[in-house]
Design a protein around this ligand. Sequence first.
Ligand code: BEZ
Ligand code: FE
Length: 294
Amino acid sequence: MAFVTEDNITDLAVKRWATAHSPRLAELMTSLVRHLHAYAREVGLTEQEWAAAVEWLTATGRVSDDKRQEFILASDVLGLSTLVVQLNHRFSPDATPATVLGPFHIDGSPTAAFGADMSDGIPGTPLFVTGRVLDLDGTPLPDVVMDVWQADADGTYEAQLPEIDEARLRALYRTRADGTYCVRTIAPRGYAIPMDGPVGDLVSRTDISYFRPAHIHFLIDHPGYEKLITHLFRQGSAFLDTDVVFGTKDELIVRFAEEPAGPCPDGGTIDEPYLHAEFDFVLQSRDDAGGPRS
Ligand code: BEZ
Ligand code: FE
């Protein structure tokens, strides 16, 4: 082996990582080594800065557990999560676009009937979200399970609350025979990402706005169709232009119409004013998928 110099260290490290047993792992690791070395050269990385970075990574690992995922948050604020979504979900322009999953999804939500209230007494302005789930030809899709979750009016998700033993602001809805769905909940509000950890510490040393605009999360994984993970954003809400995790897309911004007390979209009546958002989700069939770059 050649002895190490500043000039040959990158080639030596690349050669070593090229021995990975899987060709894909070899590609991932050799490219990572090249980019890391180029970064260190470009910024002239000092030993103190590298030690601070290692300390930050260690702290990020320390605060992460099965409820809090600080590494996902780091990837979100760096724009990397959104880039990976873009690379892997190149849907037709007519399909509903995907956006970030975020760290607060919980598996196994309870099922909810058409129009059932997933807010279950949590204070807030009543909101109905209605529409259809369609394929790219406009055909309504029956029996599609829609996994829905959101934060409360203080911007807190169930996953951030210790010792909650009932599902809170999350449910699984199902489209009817004509492809229609009706979610009843409360209006979401914009909220700050968790700022009490290493990611917040870093963000607070910049002028970056650390808020997300008001939104509701949807996950639709229907057989034969590309899995869709997306949000609906409230039109006119603060932070649409500055979403700290780069999640906002024009096609996902929806008007929340103000309606008076009276008949409401679930077919019943409501005794207070409410909001109504209408949105058709369009799924791309697996056969039409572009997929990641090959
Ligand atoms: C969310 O929308 O739940 C979220 C996404 C990324 C980072 C923090 C929160
Ligand atoms: Fe969210």
